[in-house]
Design a protein around this ligand. Structure first.
Ligand code: UD1
Ligand code: MG
Length: 449
């Protein structure tokens, strides 16, 4: 019978190896804090109770845990991973079911892998641990198994002898078991080891001492990488990006040079989208079908609708909404603005706090002057309007449907539909002035020599 599930996320460690003022588990992969990856994984794995464990020195983790809708518990001081799980005991009082422990510094594990850990419990194991075989087992805890492949105990690297260190199967940190049993066993854990810490990993040996069964589930090394340093963080990011690029291509998008495209954790990419080399996506980007993102563009918090083309060298900032078949060209920045269908902003413009109607054409160098140092104001440009090159649109201002603004105009008043707005000085030509000027100058120079 499947049991109710709870999860404990461990994120109270000091993370000293990161050499950072930010707590380790608040560092991000693909723009999302690592602790949140663990929380999402817990949810996807069917945990309806989640407790995030933070430390006195990591209030940011408490805030992230609460923002993600989990309960939080403080571990103070941090005395090891076993001690950290016990910090969640009060929050889970009365919970009757299975509990899974996830480390907040192991962001790449998938829900499919976690479900195999729960399968091991249903298969009769009292405690199940996710292990893997990395190329370099380094300082990971070693999983010691018996002849029949059952897990006997976990020995931490610092406490291991030569023979144990030679074991290639190591601990990912993911462990599941009946909640009541887990907390009972944790009560028996001591800190009699090289680190003087209460190790969660001791639970396995204690379960075996009671004659209970423990299982090691094998995971993929690319998933269970634990982040302890900045170099690990970069490696985890690279693994995640590689996975995302594969997924995006499998769904029918073309990446001309996949290794040069950086996705956000939630980037949505439609079918037949083409992404040219050297593009960066921050969080919250959706590209609908048939969109083209040309090289060297930076997008965050925006939507690019069906068939639109953006870039090269475009910057789309939060709340930019680029309409179907619209075109946003080189060196254009768009923020909190809607571009209607087929609208064009082809060169060198800033469009902020604006609504641009369908089929409007915004000339090169157009600036929406949206900020006076205190307030942001809106610019509304009607359907089919034509904004002359190098126009300054001083918001709040409305340009009517089908209206024109003359090049170089500074538009401070509303423009009626179908009107032409000119706000620049009139041109006057002085016939023959240039030749007279040159002659006078040549004469003056001749005299002075
Ligand atoms: C731990 C495991 C090791 C495993 C490795 C996988 C133990 C004793 N060791 O070692 O077997 O191979 O992870 O990556 O469990 N934490 C707390 N409170 C504490 C200590 C740690 O919340 O008092 C949290 C940390 O924030 C971190 C996680 O637990 O998210 C793991 O701690 P860390 O110090 O990174 O353990 P490792 O040395 O990596
Ligand atoms: Mg670690």
């Amino acid at each position: 019978m499947p049991q109710p599930r709870a999860a404990v996320i461990l994120a109270a460690g000091l993370g000293t190896r990161m050499k950072s003022d930010l707590p380790k588990c608040a560092h991000s992969i693909a723009g999302r804090p690592m602790v949140q990856w663990a929380i999402d994984l817990a949810r996807q794995s069917g945990a309806d109770r989640i407790v995030t464990v933070y430390g006195r020195k990591s209030p940011q983790i408490d805030a992230l845990g609460q923002a993600a809708g989990t309960e939080t518990a403080m571990q103070d001081p941090p005395l090891g991973t076993g001690h950290a799980v016990r910090a969640a005991e009060d929050a889970l009082k009365g919970f009757d079911g299975d509990v899974i422990v996830l480390y907040g510094d192991t962001p790449l594990i998938t829900a499919g892998t976690v479900s195999r850990v729960f399968d091991a419990l249903e298969g009769g194991a009292a405690i199940a641990v996710l292990g893997f075989e990395p190329d370099a087992p380094g300082a990971y805890g070693r999983l010691i198994t018996n002849e029949s492949g059952e897990l006997e105990r976990i020995v931490e690297y610092k406490d291991a002898n030569e023979a144990e260190r030679a074991v290639r199967l190591v601990n990912s940190g993911v462990m599941a078991g009946n909640a009541k049993l887990m907390f009972e066993l944790l009560g028996e854990v001591t800190n009699d080891n090289a680190n003087k810490e209460y190790y969660l990993t001791d639970v396995v040996g204690l379960a075996r001492a009671r004659g209970l069964k423990a299982a090691a589930v094998r995971g993929d090394a690319g998933e269970v990488l634990g982040v302890n340093s900045r170099a690990d963080l970069a490696e985890a990011e690279a693994c995640w990006q590689a996975r995302k690029r594969e997924a995006v291509m499998a769904e029918g998008a073309t990446l001309i040079a996949p290794n040069t495209v950086w996705f956000g954790h939630d980037t949505v990419v439609g079918r037949d989208v083409v992404i040219e080399p050297n593009v960066f996506f921050g969080p919250g980007v959706t590209l609908e079908d048939n969109v083209v993102v040309r090289g060297f563009s930076h997008l965050e918090g925006c939507i690019v609708r069906q068939g639109a083309q953006v870039g090269p060298f475009v910057r789309l900032r939060p709340a930019a909404d680029i309409g179907a078949n619209a075109k946003v060209g080189n060196f254009v920045e768009v923020k909190k603005s809607t571009l209607g269908q087929d609208a064009k902003v082809s060169h060198l413009s800033y469009i902020g706090d604006a609504e641009v109607g369908a089929h409007a054409n915004i000339g090169a160098g157009t600036i929406t002057c949206n900020y006076d140092g205190y307030n942001k104001s809106r610019t509304v440009i009607g359907e089919g309007a034509f904004i002359g090159s190098n126009s300054s649109l001083v918001a709040p201002v409305r340009i009517g449907k089908g209206a024109y603004t003359g090049s170089g105009s500074v538009v401070t008043d509303d423009v009626p539909d179908d009107a032409l707005a000119l706000s620049r000085s009139r041109q006057s030509n002085k016939e023959g002035w240039a030749s007279r000027f040159r002659a006078a100058m040549a004469k003056r120079k001749g005299k002075s020599q």
